[in-house]
Design a protein around this ligand. Structure first.
Ligand code: G3P
Ligand code: CA
Length: 327
């Protein structure tokens, strides 16, 4: 082989090995921070519960997430008109309930315009059966919107409490929601040392995170970042803000490349990207340095992370039906 061809091969090998070495050397930089905070590593956040298998943010999705062993039950917390804290993602009830049938004149109203009694009448599961017929189950038709206290019942059921990873959704619309959330969680033991690492607050709102920092400084907080925030403020600026407000960032997956995770880890922050639902995304996320993931498929993430054997879905449903978790 000529000297030039040998040199070309050597350069090619270096070009391939350098990035691989870079990724390998830095992929677990967040483990130390996670350990300091008492957070599982890599952490599996059941995004809206096991929401691939059951209607999101209902008792079914959280019971299944708990049964498969997700580290955290993730929920978006809002408040009813009469002050009841509930788990619901959207501003309105249109996508995930039959509000258009039960309250046809009010279907466009935000959830905050409905009392708990009104919310409790809605079917929060049939939409799932219609949208995902291959995963439909008759029992979902009786699924209801979940109150925070019911979510806590599920999390605390059994001798192994689940973690709670709670987001204040549009907190500017719910003044005082942070204090109320903390009060309820404190009453149920989630602020006590025995549940250290089992509670994380998350928000896209810096103001909400600041309130959590003031009211419950020992509970870890994660600053959620979406594409618009990164475009507007820049990733480095947001990491700087996160350092003041939180112990971690929750970036949309597009902002969890190695250079993002490295920057966040260098600032002493853990990185929990959302929402990684494919095996390759979960694998790549870890390779790029993420310290876990929000995922609709907690059962898949636990397998990808080597923490459990693949789930037999039929057996899982038999177990869920037989279990009394949080009922
Ligand atoms: O909370 C992490 C992730 O859930 C943020 O996005 O819209 O699903 O609440 P979203
Ligand atoms: Ca969320």
């Amino acid at each position: 082989m000529s000297r030039w061809r040998t040199r070309a091969w050597q350069l090619g090998a270096v070009a391939l090995l350098l990035p691989a070495g870079y990724l390998t050397l830095h992929r677990d930089d967040g483990a130390v921070t996670a350990q300091r905070l008492g957070l599982p590593f890599p952490a599996v956040m059941a995004h809206r519960g096991a929401s691939y298998l059951a209607p999101e943010e209902t008792a079914w999705s959280y019971r299944v997430a708990k049964l498969v062993g997700a580290d955290y039950l993730e929920a978006d917390i809002q408040r009813s008109k009469d002050g009841v804290l509930i788990a619901l993602h959207d501003d309105t009830l249109l996508r995930t309930t039959n509000v258009a049938t039960v309250f046809p004149d009010r279907a466009q109203q935000p959830v905050s315009e409905f009392t708990w009694e009104e919310l409790s009448r809605l079917d929060a599961g049939s939409w799932f059966n219609a949208k995902f017929p291959d995963r439909a189950r008759p029992e979902f038709a009786s699924a209801r919107i979940l109150r925070l206290d019911q979510l806590i019942d599920i999390a605390l059921a059994s001798d192994k409490p689940s973690g709670l990873y709670l987001e204040t959704k549009a907190p500017e619309r719910f003044p005082g929601i942070e204090a109320e959330l903390i009060r309820q969680l404190e009453r149920r033991g989630y602020l006590s040392p025995s549940l250290h690492g089992k509670l994380v607050f998350q928000s896209f709102s810096a103001a909400s995170l600041l309130l959590f920092k003031q009211l419950a400084p020992t509970i870890p907080r994660v600053y959620l970042l979406d594409e618009e925030m990164v475009r507007r403020d820049g990733f480095a600026t947001l990491v700087g803000q996160a350092r003041e407000l939180a112990q971690g960032i929750g970036p949309v997956g597009y902002y969890a490349y190695p250079w993002h995770t490295r920057r966040a880890h260098a600032a002493g922050l853990v990185v929990h990207p959302y929402t990684l639902n494919q095996g390759w995304q979960l694998r790549l996320g870890r390779w790029f340095g993420a310290d876990g993931a929000f995922t609709d498929r907690c059962e898949l993430a636990l397998t990808v992370y080597g923490r459990r054997s693949p789930v037999d879905v039929a057996a899982l449903w038999r177990e869920a039906a037989a279990s009394s978790l949080g009922q």
